[in-house]
Design a protein around this ligand. Structure first.
Ligand code: F6R
Length: 586
């Protein structure tokens, strides 16, 4: 995954593009570059590493048209040459690209036999050169169309032409959105790139090509016609996408959960009840997602199983093909995704639709590919989540799934009341006191090699999510288990001092307590999360009991713990190594 920004307006393009790119570094940050059209020349800078120090003030002269890219290498190692933008041999076209060109070898051979030379190891460098190849006979826009018709794979690209100053952008299976300011037009992989300038956006559809010249026009490659795309106003504001007084986005987003949960449950009642009706009507129900969102779907499945007669099957999106024989027009598939761009999720949606299943979504990013592919969707309304880890969007997913589960039981009002009451618990959990308290625990744990997390029933998905939060940001090996499962093998790894986090509900807790005693008696250091301190706990994290809504609260101290562990170990919690915010490659 990479970040793309393009700008055409009245201001200095490099001064706008570089800070905007910085806002997209969560999408990739191993190298970056910009190119601007300056007095009939394309001037560019390409660098390995992050945008740092003086980079942010780079000024490539008085140009007001340009493109930029922050890269997460997929094709070719991390070098200055492989960074984007890439230029055509004649220097007339510069391109930034996100995605993978599957038929790159064949296209490279074709260009080489036509005397084109390559300076990078990337597949992306094919694009400006193919455009140059076609530009010999046709205008820039047609050359871009012909180029894109030859490319196999998912992409988002922006190309600029030196001669005309035209920007041409297109997407297929990879996000790209336009920002329409008063005197400026932006193209970017994600809205925060231009939120300081405008909240008017145009979402591009797959196969769309947008041409930004004196006017803006749209063409769809698949339909082979000019198309109209509407300007939409988005609710997010620039402040939401900034760190404010927080050192990191991750901590800011953890602390925002009082508001994000409130917004998640402030939904159109009819929409939630509509989902509930669809669930009751369906012959079979699947909850499909990846990573943290999958943990939310597992939780949703347990909730429905516990409170209703619905058997909703949680499925990892990347494994969905194994369920395809069970999907028909009476099946309901609810996909859960923060970004709405995860390729495994989008593939699962495609498969489900091919089988005539009814597909709905719970999603955070308005206008994302997912919102266009499903029959209807519930927006999480969590606001932009810039930190790579899912934090506030995870609890929003749990809150929405809880509300749906209450609605399936015709208890929407009761559910809403219970969720509203929960918000004051969340307030205490995100307070400075709690954060300081958990800092102590982080100091105890910062040098450990392994952490185990256990929970039963509704606390089992929480155990899985806790382990994921800890390992992805602190790089400490962490594994989550159902309480009853540890003794079937992994207990062999417990030795004196091995930290084990245990989620203990107020009621029906005998079995998890007994699992805890099993590990405690092998020397484990027990970190207990629950409403009451228990003798066996070595460290106690108090979380008021919220019954079936416990999971929404219990994950929060772990998010904070994971954050402190990362910071104490000198890692950047907003950009964990090897990870990107949305996974748009297989
Ligand atoms: C973990 C995390 C990932 C995502 C997963 C799915 O903190 O963020 O595991 O949950 O990549 O992403 P979405 O929800 O965007 O489909």
């Amino acid at each position: 995954m990479c970040g793309i920004v393009a700008y055409k307006g009245r201001q200095n393009a490099s001064e706008i593009i570089v800070p905007s790119l910085k806002k997209l570094e969560y999408r990739g940050y191993d190298s970056w570059g910009i190119a601007v059209i300056n007095e009939n020349n394309i001037e560019y800078v390409k660098k390995s590493g992050r945008i740092e120090g003086e980079d942010i003030e780079i000024n490539l002269g008085d140009a007001n048209i340009g493109i930029g890219h922050t890269r997460w290498a997929t094709h070719g190692s991390v070098t200055d040459e492989n960074a984007h933008p890439h230029l055509s041999n004649d220097g007339n076209v510069a391109v930034v690209h996100n995605g993978i060109i599957e038929n790159y070898k064949e296209l490279k051979k074709f260009l080489e036999t036509n005397d084109f030379k390559f300076v990078s190891e990337t597949d992306s460098e094919i694009i400006p050169n193919l455009i140059e190849y076609y530009c010999k006979n046709v205008r820039f826009k047609t050359a871009v169309k012909r180029t894109l018709k030859r490319i196999k794979g998912n992409y988002s690209i922006v190309a600029i032409e030196r001669e005309t100053g035209i920007i041409c952008a297109s997407r297929r299976g990879s996000p790209l959105v336009l920002g329409i300011g008063e005197d400026a037009t932006f193209v970017a992989s994600d809205i925060p790139a231009f939120l300081d300038y405008t909240t008017n956006v145009v979402y591009l559809y797959d196969g769309d090509i947008v041409l930004i010249d004196e006017e803006i026009s749209f063409f769809n490659l698949d339909e082979n016609v000019e198309v109209k795309r509407e300007i939409e106003k988005i609710e997010w504001d620039a402040e939401q996408a900034k760190k404010g007084n927080f050192k990191h986005y991750m901590l800011k987003e953890i602390s925002e959960q009082v508001d994000s949960i409130e917004r998640a449950i402030t939904q159109d009642k009819e929409l939630i009840e509509g989902f509930a009706k669809d669930i009751k009507k369906a012959r079979n129900v699947f909850l499909v997602a990846c990573g943290s969102s999958y943990h939310a779907s597992l939780h949703g499945s347990y909730l429905l199983g516990k409170n209703t007669s619905i058997n909703a099957i949680p499925v990892l999106a990347s494994e969905f093909k194994n369920y395809i024989n069970f999907i028909d027009q009476e099946s309901l598939i609810i996909v859960i995704s923060q970004s709405g761009e995860t390729v495994d999720v989008l593939d699962a949606v495609k498969m489900a639709k091919e089988q005539k299943g009814k597909v709905l979504a719970i999603v955070n990013v308005q206008g994302s590919s997912l919102t266009r592919e499903v029959e209807k969707y519930i927006l999480m309304n969590a606001g932009p989540e810039i930190g790579v880890l899912s934090t506030k969007t995870y609890t929003s997913q749990l809150a929405i799934l809880s509300l749906i589960s209450y609605s399936v039981n015709n208890k929407y009002k009761k559910g809403l009341k219970a969720l509203k009451a929960l918000i004051k618990y969340v307030y205490a959990l995100t307070s400075k006191n709690t954060r300081e308290y958990l800092k102590k625990l982080s100091r105890n744990l910062r040098y450990v090699e392994h952490i185990y997390t256990i929970g039963r029933n509704l606390e089992y998905p929480t155990a899985l999510e806790s382990a994921l939060k800890i390992k992805e940001v602190s790089y400490i090996h962490a594994e989550g288990f159902a309480g009853g499962e540890l003794k079937h093998g992994t207990i062999a790894l417990i030795e004196k001092g091995t930290p084990c986090i245990v989620f203990v509900p107020e009621k029906n807790n005998e079995e998890i307590i007994s699992n805890m005693i099993e590990v405690k008696s092998r020397g484990a250091y027990i970190i207990g999360i629950g409403s009451k301190n228990i003798e066996e706990f070595d460290f106690f994290i108090k979380v008021r009991d919220a019954g079936e809504l416990n999971s929404i609260c219990q994950i929060i101290p772990i998010q904070i713990l994971a954050y402190h562990l990362a910071v104490m170990k000198g890692h950047d919690p907003d950009k964990p190594r090897n990870l990107a915010k949305s996974v748009t490659v297989k």
